[in-house]
Write a protein that binds this ligand. Sequence first.
Ligand code: NAX
Ligand code: K
Length: 504
Amino acid sequence: MKILSAAQIRALDQATIQAEGITSVELMERAAAAFTEWLLEKLAAHPQREVHVFCGPGNNGGDGLAAARLLHLAGQAVRVWLLPAARHSADFTANHQRLPSEVPCIELDAYQLPELSSSAVLVDALFGTGLNRPLTGVAAAVVHYLNNSSAPVVAVDMPSGLLTDAPQPKSSPVVCAHYTISFELPKLAFLLPQNADYVGQWELVSIGLNTTVIHKTPVDNYYTDLKLLTNRLPARQRFAHKGTYGHALLLGGSYGKIGAAVLAAQACLHSGVGLLTLAVPAVGYTVAQTAVPEAMALPDVGQDYIGELPNLKGYSVVAIGPGLGQQPDTLRVLEQLLRTCPAPLVLDADALNLLGSNRHLLALLPPDTILTPHPKEFERLTQPAHDDYHRLELLRAFCARHRCYVVLKGAYTCIGTPTGTLYFNSTGNPGMATGGSGDVLTGVVAALCAQGLAPLDAALLAVYAHGRAGDLGAQQIGQMGLTAGIIAAHLGPALEELTTPPTF
Ligand SMILES: NC(=O)C1=CN([C@@H]2O[C@H](COP(=O)(O)OP(=O)(O)OC[C@H]3O[C@@H](n4cnc5c(N)ncnc54)[C@H](O)[C@@H]3O)[C@@H](O)[C@H]2O)[C@@H](O)CC1
Ligand SMILES: [K+]
């Protein structure tokens, strides 16, 4: 799915109106109907609750007025509160006029805001994608009032006060919605941790925006859904043998952290790799042979940490990092690997931390290397970010400069590419915030690279399948019960869902 800017959304609305020969009021009616349908479904179990719709002066307010009419026609108790304004949009006015006289419609007074019962449901239709400056005056007072209410708040399209695709000044007033029901496509603001308290749980409803125009709109940001992943993962071949699916070399582990290498290895094996060699320090040899008997174990000369680079001949991918430690000998191994690796390279965890504390080595990164940092590891490679938007800028710059792919891990893991396009992942759950989850991801990325997938395909599919495996695992034992091992165990079914069946 494409992620459009506020300006592109406006253009798409206009193009849809033109292409379909409808009026903007008719498009607004679609939006209001889709929102109302969502709300009525939620309210089905609580028919006595009164809905209070807070409307601003523009088209977001117009949506609110149209929704109030539709809710009333559906038999729902509803009341409208209007933000005082000198000017209103034409579609606001049209829907204001269409509001049945039985629906109470009152102008808000900042000094005397209504008292609301906690059983009420509050709809935030103050401002949407048209917001272009921080809210002040009565609008700010209403936001404050909504945020202090004990009733649930449902935002139409955007929580009011939140910009669609840019940071707003610190401490500017923004509605903290429990739900945000947005139209057609996700907004960048929804995917950033700094906005989590404003956006709440977000859902998309379709309003039939023109697909041809969406297709033609150039964007830098994508939300990775199943459709975007179609035809990227080929099915296994009937006459395949273990050589068909590549040989991965995984270097990891140090005293006390052999488990990280084991988890990455298990994930790699659950993700279809043909052969796996696991290089661990001597202390991890028995563990590796016992915990992952399917892998060949390569004990290092170092007892507690890796101190020597193995012969790299014959491997289809090399991954390094899980549990690695940051010893000076290990740093030398990493440097030699960067200088000589003949295969695609995946860097994670301590390999990234070593790079972060020895930045001159970044110049050695082979093009197309895949790095899988969490935000702190990423910032060690670059600089501290002022906010989530700035971090995305740093990500774009880093990927372009080093011609690499960076998998920036988080709730909506973001894959940066050398061309500047960002892909935000749509699978996964908070149960995956658990030790070893990242090691599992490294194993999946390595396995897909070993199978010959291009780095972008490998990163997109690995991140999606990793999240999906977490979702499948959580369905069985709950988010809190989720462990990295359970995520690894569900990779098979997750990847199966992504596999392209042979053409008929
Ligand atoms: N354009 C269309 O055809 C459609 C628009 N839709 C709705 O319309 C919304 C966008 O509507 P608008 O473009 O009218 O914008 P908004 O309703 O978000 O804002 C209204 C106007 O308020 C003013 N404004 C901006 N920031 C302000 C601030 N801080 N304080 C006071 N006033 C401020 C601006 O002039 C802006 O145009 C979407 O979020 C969506 O809810 C939907 O009905 C779908 C169709
Ligand atoms: K809103």
